[in-house]
Design a protein around this ligand. Structure first.
Ligand code: ADP
Ligand code: MG
Length: 748
């Protein structure tokens, strides 16, 4: 008997287990059984050869046309050249060794599977020494009997294979473990399976690897998708359930406090969405269990105001609030703008400070010793009601007097672990947590990646916000357009407006170092994963020229197209005080042009900036471009974003840019982004450390299934929080989360 936990070397022998581990990281029987076929070849239907691309490792089902021995030019002996066909196109198989043996097997009309890497010889595509497996009724003598049983059905599974191990060897390994398999307890409750017409686990596993017919594997796929969706949603439901059971100090609103005074000071009217989200959050804060809420809203939709409002409610109720920003630039900007918003209410104990006022403290990794010590003291004594900082806030010696609320800005740069490190700072009760993101996420992704959070969404921008017009500037086919772009920057500057020029790279002596500002937080930057922008590498493996760099562009523009304008560079490798100085100069209008990396991507708010020129725009991801352009058009003047690219018309890169130019809807663009990335990356990045568990499930096309699974999982967990009556599910969650993750769930 074999179980899913058995190591593969015991089940298959080391000789077969090793390539499976080397090529795909498969360690256990369960891993192998989740290595699903990529597709199924239908006996009699040959693989279309015209679609093969050079350099690809392929497995093809084709028919032999003829096999010829040819002398080897300068080598001794001769080689066997076999022409195979799919009925239309042809492909050559070349064998330099054991030509005689292969000639016996590869007879005209024989049909078989061949696996190898596509190369090209004298303009013809070929596979050199492919591995081969002939199908029974047409194969030469000897092979037939052994493998006939493997292909008893019409459908032949084709596995993701590699040069180390061919598809049919994987098929055989699967067969070896399938026969004696004990699939264990089913993670899907029987009642649920009955209602949704889902088959049992053992049967589904068999069918996906050895389908009897098309219907058989389709049903198996649906059942196995349910496993993925349901187990993940149950884990998240458990997390939510555990969180709701934790105690938190209620921070109900108080009349006559800072929050009310702040509202009265606001120079604008809140949008309906802001009011609704604000009320929800206010009610959450009044509860005796911790809030875990995601506030989602386009760039400029006014999330910060809502966060400040929530922080003041907590201060009124006697607590402190921390605001965690992903970069120093952003932390400093929040500090400036929140201090300004609060006016006299943020100046406790200072000249001009109002009665009941609080204080705002800033904590960053690079600030001077004196400033830091003063800030730490204010945080510790509770004099600072609002504490703003980067990940420096997470450090151990930062102690709060009574931390009641944590606001995390731009969540996509923080993992669950960071959230937890901050929570530890409120011993006794759990603080309330508000996560803000401007990255619009499709609903199903939110349900999955942020499945343990409640979601509020701001769908409208404040009135009077002007639209951002975006154009693609084709540098290769229309160089004149680039000159025109710089002209536009000069025109805006002449009107007293400001501009950003964004480059994918810092430049200088940096080859090999990541440039993106995310690096200063010591975190990965999944936000840039859609493009190469975070690559920051001088040498390009793909043969393209290196992306344009800030340190080259800034002097070039200063001495050329933008001569006479006040221009400065900004990037993540500058010392923090230098960054702060440049950012402040730009904010105060002492600079016309900022040449920057994506350091300006998140949150930077200068309403007077009206133009953005993105150089090598094709090197950025779709969502990232959308974020970037949100930096212009923050005031009342119309914003203009110019995407400069050398990508040729009709290339995928150019189409992506056209899509960004065509729509301002971040949700459409985030779907596009998701389609172009592997979903595992999206999950992997956001789930910090969790193994990507989605093999079959598509976050985009399985929306209904995910929603149903979420409801079912919530119901199961509500009735059986410890899953004592659902052992199969409990085990599956443990496998999904791994040992550290399970422990982490416990402590939440
Ligand atoms: P984001 O959601 O991108 O964080 P912010 O909170 O930074 O947006 O708001 C962007 C700008 O809009 C800020 O200058 C803010 O003061 C302003 N703002 C926020 N809400 C409103 C509103 N209801 N009406 C007008 N301006 C607003
Ligand atoms: Mg913001």
């Amino acid at each position: 008997m074999t179980t899913v936990r058995d190591p593969l070397d015991r089940a298959l022998g080391a000789k077969t287990a090793k390539p499976l581990s080397d090529a795909f990281g498969l360690q256990t029987v369960g891993d192998l059984l989740r290595h699903y076929p990529r597709r199924y070849a239908t006996r009699g239907e040959l693989t279309e050869l015209s679609s093969l691309r050079e350099g690809e490792h392929v497995t093809v089902l084709v028919k032999v046309v003829l096999a010829q021995r040819r002398p080897n030019g300068n080598r001794r002996g001769d080689r066997l050249e076999v022409t195979v066909t799919d009925g239309r196109a042809r492909l050559t198989l070349t064998f330099f060794h054991r030509a005689g043996l292969y000639q016996k097997i590869l007879r005209p009309e024989a049909v078989g599977l061949f696996a190898g890497t596509v190369s090209s010889f004298r303009g013809r595509r070929q596979l050199v020494h492919p591995e081969c497996e002939m199908l029974p009724e047409t194969s030469g003598p000897g092979l037939a009997a052994e493998i006939a049983a493997d292909y008893a059905t019409e459908l032949i599974p084709v596995y993701p294979a590699s040069a180390k191990i061919a598809s049919w060897k994987i098929a055989r390994a699967v067969q070896t473990v399938l026969d004696p398999l004990d699939a264990g307890e089913d993670p899907l409750p029987k009642e649920l399976r009955r209602r949704h017409g889902l088959r049992g686990l053992a049967e589904a596993i068999r069918a996906i690897h050895r389908p009897l017919d098309v219907d058989d594997y389709r049903r198996a796929r649906i059942r196995l998708k349910w496993d993925e969706a349901f187990v993940l949603q149950a884990a998240l439901a458990q997390r939510r359930h555990a969180a709701a059971a934790m105690p938190a100090t209620p921070r109900p609103p108080e009349s006559g406090g800072l929050a009310g005074a702040f509202d009265a000071r606001l120079p604008f009217r809140l949008t309906d969405g802001q009011c609704a989200a604000g009320e929800t959050i206010s009610a959450d804060l009044a509860c005796a269990f911790p809030m875990h809420r995601l506030l989602q809203g386009e760039v400029g939709s006014g999330k910060t105001v809502i966060a400040v409002r929530a922080m003041l409610q907590v201060i009124d109720a006697g607590g402190q609030a921390a605001l965690l920003a992903p970069t120093e630039v952003l932390a400093q900007q929040h500090f400036r703008s929140i201090t300004a918003m609060l006016g006299p209410f943020g100046q406790a104990g200072r000249l001009g400070g109002a009665e009941h006022a609080t204080r705002v403290a800033l904590l960053t990794g690079s600030q001077g010793v004196a400033a830091r010590r003063a800030a730490l003291t204010d945080v510790f004594t509770g004099d600072a009601g609002i504490v703003i900082g980067t990940h420096a806030l997470l450090e151990e010696h930062v102690r709060f007097s009574d931390l009641g609320l944590i606001v995390i800005d731009e969540q996509h740069r923080f993992g669950v672990e960071q959230r937890d490190a901050l929570r530890e700072k409120a011993p006794g009760g759990r603080p309330h947590v508000l996560v803000m993101t401007a990255t619009p996420i499709p609903r199903t992704v939110a349900m999955t990646v942020y499945g343990d959070l409640e979601v509020s969404t701001l769908t409208e921008l404040p009135a009077g916000r002007s639209p951002i017009v975006t154009h693609v500037v084709p540098a290769a086919d229309k160089p004149r357009f680039v000159e025109r772009a710089w002209e536009r920057v000069r025109e805006e500057a002449a009107r007293g407006r400001q501009a950003y020029v964004v480059c994918p790279r810092v430049g200088g002596t940096d080859a090999g170092e990541p440039d993106d500002d995310g690096s200063e937080t010591g975190l990965d930057d999944p936000g840039a994963a859609g493009g190469d922008a975070a690559e920051g590498n001088g040498g390009q493996a793909d043969g393209r020229r290196p992306p344009l760099a800030v340190l080259d562009m800034a002097p070039a523009l200063q001495n050329g197209a933008l001569a006479g304008l006040r221009l400065a560079a900004l990037h993540g490798r500058m010392p923090a005080d230098e960054k702060e100085r440049v950012m402040r100069a730009f904010t105060e209008g002492d600079l016309d042009v900022l040449v920057a990396t994506t350091v300006i991507e998140v949150g930077v708010d200068v309403p007077n900036a009206t133009v953005m020129v993105v150089m090598d725009a094709d090197r950025f991801g779709v969502s990232q471009l959308h974020q970037l352009r949100g930096r212009v058009g923050r005031g009342t003047a119309e914003g203009l974003c110019l995407l400069v690219t050398e990508a040729e018309p009709d290339t995928p890169a150019r189409e992506r840019l056209d899509a960004v130019a065509a729509t301002g809807d971040g949700f459409i663009l985030s779907r596009l982004d998701l389609e172009q990335r592997r979903e595992g990356d999206v999950l992997g990045a956001a789930q910090a450390g969790r193994r990507s568990s989605l093999k079959l499930l598509s976050l985009l096309s399985d929306e209904d299934l995910i929603r149903e699974a979420r409801e079912e999982a919530a119901a199961v967990v509500a009735g059986d929080p410890d899953l004592a009556r659902h052992p199969g599910l409990s085990v599956a969650i443990g496998d999904l989360l791994g040992p550290q993750r399970a422990e982490f769930l416990d402590k939440t």
